[in-house]
Design a protein around this ligand. Structure first.
Ligand code: NAI
Length: 334
């Protein structure tokens, strides 16, 4: 007989019984993200909530023949509580996206209260869930969620994640375009936060650390502001949704693998991090190993270049302000 732990690791049923909830499931990100979660075999119960069209999207997706139930909810009949009840992983892409000329911080006024209210519901109905925050500005919405969970007495810093995976995807893609390689072979650790200058790709840790300065500067700028390319191309109709759904599904997939006891699962992600707490930066994105309890290990940045050190200094200054803005919001608007 196998010991119980190894049975859990290899069996397709026991290790794979997870309820995943998407809040904002009918949006530009929510729909393809929900579709991708339906295709994840670890998910046995998919709950889709939105102010509008939650049931429609759920019914549509439910016809896909993978081994999970799909339930759709709207705000009526306590739908939010039912969608969240006992979820293992909650993905939050609810809120408004950017239009041309807007920064992510411009979304704060609208999205802060949406995220705060969804976090309150999650605290009550799924206090043990891993929460993956996609709604922008991530640098501030993650601290908002942490404040709400603290107030409710259920904050577990190991289970709160700001989804920065899109920056990681873009880094692989854009780097491969510059150096002419297969993007699937390019892995870039991106640290800091998720907006403009807080996005710091550690290109010195890739195989391509000797890029000419002009190419390097252009690449870093494209990674930091790649979201603007999509916002401009969509011309007022929103920001990245499809690439973001892929990014969110990858991050959720990694969190689920960690919960299921798979080993060596690492992702860069924005968390309540010990790395720069002594300097007043309470949240920071870096490479994190995921495990059965959520965050298992927060990796230090490792050896970085002088240019990266300088970028991290700037990122920290901005992050301190972004984090304070989120914390102050919850204090003023509990
Ligand atoms: P969208 O407008 O297409 O969809 C948002 C959805 O949220 C809508 O269906 C809306 O009904 C729903 N919603 C609004 N308030 C809600 C509430 N209180 N409860 C439940 N659902 C609610 O927007 P899109 O393009 O899907 O973007 C969503 C968010 O994701 C934005 O804040 C955007 O800035 C952010 N985003 C984050 C990225 C990241 O890398 N973390 C990348 C791209 C976008």
């Amino acid at each position: 007989m196998f010991p119980k732990s190894s049975v859990r690791q290899f069996s397709s049923s026991a290790a794979s019984a997870y309820k995943v909830t998407v809040l904002g499931a009918a949006g530009g990100i929510g729909q393809p993200l929900s579709l991708l979660m339906k295709l994840n075999h670890k998910v046995t119960n998919l709950a889709l909530y939105d102010l509008r069209l939650g049931k429609g999207v759920a019914t549509d997706i439910s016809h896909i023949p993978t081994n999970s139930t799909v339930e759709g909810y709207g705000p009526e009949d306590d739908g939010l509580a039912k969608a969240l009840k006992d979820a293992d992983v909650v993905l939050i892409p609810a809120g408004v996206p950017r239009k041309p000329g807007m920064t992510r911080d411009d979304l704060f006024n609208t999205n802060a209260s949406i995220v705060r209210d969804l976090a309150k519901a999650a605290a009550v109905n799924a206090p043990k869930a891993a929460l993956l925050i996609i709604s922008n500005p991530v640098n501030s919405t993650v601290p908002i969620v942490s404040e709400v969970l603290k107030e409710k007495g259920v904050y577990n810093p190991k289970k709160l994640f700001g989804v920065t995976t899109l920056d990681v995807l873009r880094s692989s893609r854009f780097l491969s375009q510059v150096v002419g390689t297969d993007p699937t072979t390019e892995t870039v650790t991106v640290v800091g936060g998720h907006s403009g200058v807080t996005i710091v790709p550690l290109l010195s840790q890739t195989k391509h650390k000797d890029l000419p300065k002009e190419k390097y500067d252009a690449l870093v700028h494209r990674i930091q502001f790649g979201g603007d390319e999509v916002v401009q191309a969509k011309n007022g109709a929103g920001s990245a949704t499809l690439s973001m759904a892929q990014a969110g599904a990858r991050m959720a997939g990694s969190v689920l693998k960690g919960l299921a006891g798979e080993t060596d699962i690492t992702e860069p992600t924005y968390i309540d991090s010990p790395l720069f707490k002594s300097e007043g930066v309470d949240f920071f994105s870096s490479r994190v190993t995921l495990g059965p309890e959520g965050v298992k290990e927060v990796h230090p940045l490792g050896t970085i270049s002088t240019a990266e050190e300088e970028m991290i200094k700037v990122a920290k200054e901005t992050l301190i302000k972004n984090i304070k803005k989120g914390v102050d919001f919850v204090k003023a608007n509990p």
